[in-house]
Design a protein around this ligand. Sequence first.
Ligand code: HEM
Length: 109
Amino acid sequence: MSVVKINVLNVPAEQREVLEKRFASRAHAVEGSDGFEWFELLRPVEGTDDYLVYTRWRDEESFQAWMEGPMKAAHQGGGAEGAERPKPAASGSTLWSFEVVQQAAPKSA
Ligand code: HEM
């Protein structure tokens, strides 16, 4: 079964637009990574102020491979290391890891 990796971003209210703009011009590199299955940027509506970057992968190895290579390039405009990057829109982040235990999709007619 797949694994879900969620990056939880603490984003001050005045930085929300900046964050969403960064994602709007994101690298689109993750789509080409082996084992990548899904991505969603989730904007908080109720119950939390944190944005969630939801990703799903075929297995742990696929996620680790992305983290060790393409992830760094995909974050040059914002999150990861690098001297000339703009100030991150997020004030903090936490990585959550899950294993998919069950899943469902709509019945095809
Ligand atoms: C240091 C913590 C992190 C921060 C502050 C951060 C923030 C961001 C930002 C602002 C972007 C938009 C592109 C850019 O401006 O660089 C982005 C892209 C992305 N982030 Fe993160 N991120 C972090 C770590 C992670 C981790 C651990 C994951 C794993 C789930 C992740 C998943 C993604 C994905 C999938 C994209 C889109 C990449 C693409 O289009 O190829 N991020 N992140």
